[in-house]
Write a protein that binds this ligand. Structure first.
Ligand code: ADP
Ligand code: MG
Length: 156
């Protein structure tokens, strides 16, 4: 299914992403599409908050990947998935992709959020959900998600 929302500020984008993040579960992959400055990192900030992650999300441009959450499980408490936030801007081939740890992070315990996912298209798992952010004005964005029924009740 395809869902489209419009936001009029970074705060609105974060609020939307929080609602989406709250519905995510281990094994989910969000592949971003959107130019520089579209709001992919801003969106990920909300996604993390919605997943219950308290750390501040920053752009993984230099490190290529940032890892959030996934604290050691407490006895009897279900472990929350980690958020693995990739920036694939400079990834050109399979060897470079390997250096990011893409194949090493346990997806069964994590959510992957991938900026510049078009660079690793062939490596994206089948359950990948594409999230496109288009700039429609200075502070306005059109956000489109290709995902399942989980997201149907998120209004705009
Ligand atoms: P990207 O990761 O796609 O390069 P960033 O999230 O780093 O983009 O930057 C987006 C920029 O656009 C931020 O400075 C943010 O404040 C600004 N912005 C303005 N309006 C919006 C909006 N509606 N949603 C998201 N970001 C917005
Ligand atoms: Mg970014």
């Amino acid at each position: 299914m395809q869902y489209t929302w419009n936001t009029a500020s970074p705060e609105e984008t974060i609020a939307l992403a929080e609602k989406i993040g709250a519905k995510l579960r281990a094994g989910d992959v969000i592949a971003y599409r959107g130019d520089l400055g579209a709001g992919k990192t801003t969106f990920t900030r909300g996604l993390a908050a919605g997943m219950g992650i308290k750390e501040l999300v920053t752009s993984p441009t230099f490190a290529l990947v940032h890892e959030y959450g996934g604290e050691p499980p407490l006895t009897g408490v279900v472990r929350c998935p980690s958020l693995i936030h990739f920036d694939m801007y400079r990834i050109a081939d399979e060897n470079e992709l390997e250096t990011t740890g893409f194949y090493d992070y346990p997806l069964e315990e994590s959510v992957f959020a991938i900026e510049w996912s078009e660079n690793i298209e062939a490596a994206l798992p089948p359950q990948t959900m594409t999230l496109t952010i288009e700039r429609t004005g200075e502070e306005s964005r059109r956000i489109t998600l290709e995902g399942d029924e989980r997201f149907a009740d998120i209004g705009n």
